[in-house]
Design a protein around this ligand. Structure first.
Ligand code: GLY
Length: 326
């Protein structure tokens, strides 16, 4: 059966100039990844392409991750082949490649999911630790400062980040604004100085693999975990059935169990039909700002999104598609 690789750079409202860059990068990375798929198989290919996207500051994963409310980077990642082969990490700092750590959790520990300081300790032991400054970019810092200033000035804001935070986290904002202790941490960080998760699915003729990596959502409360490392939400794969990776607002994707539903559907219908049907069904019942990529056991692919844009590259031996509206 034909080998196939599908990679995404995150669902969201991309600005035109960034989107153009993203498509060029996805084009290049997906071609490199397809070579890895041919020579080493689906697991290595998924890890390879996600590592490359984690290295590129354009994407919200690894270097260039968005900052949380306190101006810190906390990342999540996951990789999965089936119920017996899966690894997830959450709330990790100081790592350029959370996806590599997720794979290590799967391969060298007795666990499935590691979070926070323990996950970082394993990363350090494996030589994966990097300085926080290696992950931060000026653009993400400026985005954070603008939003925090606006927040502290009691949201007299036209700023679009705050508008988005208001929509996504209305309850959280109340807590922040009514809690002097939290506000003081935020103020102190300020005086010191959207969700574009990446993911991939691959099929090498035998194995189906899904992987996802993210800095999470901008201005999230410290400790918040999104959909990416939640099995069946942002990442899911089942042997001889299919693999799926999602991007978008984590809370909405977790509630919808998006990737699990897509993979379940692929038992009886193609990847293309499954992603369209599942997104439509969920979006008809509740808010869903998301994108999802999938491959079924026959090597068919599917891409669907409810966000404005979703840059995705699809590669097979005879075909290459790179586009952001599906
Ligand atoms: N989809 C990324 C997140 O919500 O964390």
């Amino acid at each position: 059966m034909g080998k196939i690789l599908v990679i995404h750079g995150g669902a969201g409202a991309w600005r035109a100039e960034k989107l153009e860059k993203a498509e060029i990068i996805l084009d290049k990375i997906s071609s490199e990844g397809f070579e890895v798929l041919k020579n080493k198989g689906a697991l290595d290919a998924v890890e390879y392409v996600i590592k490359r996207m984690e290295e590129d500051e354009l994407f919200n994963a690894g270097r260039g991750s968005v900052l949380n409310l306190f101006g810190e980077i906390e990342m999540d990642a996951g990789i999965m082949l089936d119920e017996d082969n899966l690894g997830f990490v959450a709330n990790v700092k100081n790592l350029l490649h959370p996806i590599v750590l997720a794979r290590k959790v799967m391969e060298i520990t007795d666990h499935i999911f590691l979070a926070g300081s323990g996950a970082e300790l394993l990363g350090k032991y494996l030589g994966l630790r990097v300085d926080d400054h290696a992950l931060r970019t000026k653009e993400r810092e400026n985005q954070w400062r603008t939003a925090i200033r606006a927040l502290i000035q009691h949201m007299e804001v036209k700023d679009s980040y705050i508008k988005r935070i208001k929509q996504i986290y209305p309850k959280l904002l109340k807590i922040i604004l009514n809690n002097e202790e939290i506000l003081n941490v935020v103020r102190k960080r300020l005086s010191d100085g959207i969700y574009d998760t990446v993911g991939a699915v691959a099929f090498d003729g035998t194995s189906l693999v899904a992987g996802t990596s993210t800095g999470g959502i901008f201005m999230k409360f410290p400790g918040r975990i999104g959909d990416t490392p939640i099995i069946g939400a942002g990442t899911y794969a089942r042997k001889n059935v299919g693999a799926a990776s999602a991007s978008g607002v984590g809370e909405q994707i977790i509630r919808a169990q998006l990737c699990l539903k897509v993979v379940e559907r692929m038992k009886s219908i193609s990847a293309n039909e499954a992603v369209a049907m599942v997104l439509e069904e969920i979006a008809s019942r509740r808010d869903l700002q998301a994108g999802v990529i999938a491959i079924d056991h026959k090597g068919n692919f599917g891409v669907a999104h409810t966000t404005k844009r979703f840059p995705v590259a699809v590669v097979t031996k005879n075909m290459k598609i790179v586009k952001s509206e599906w």
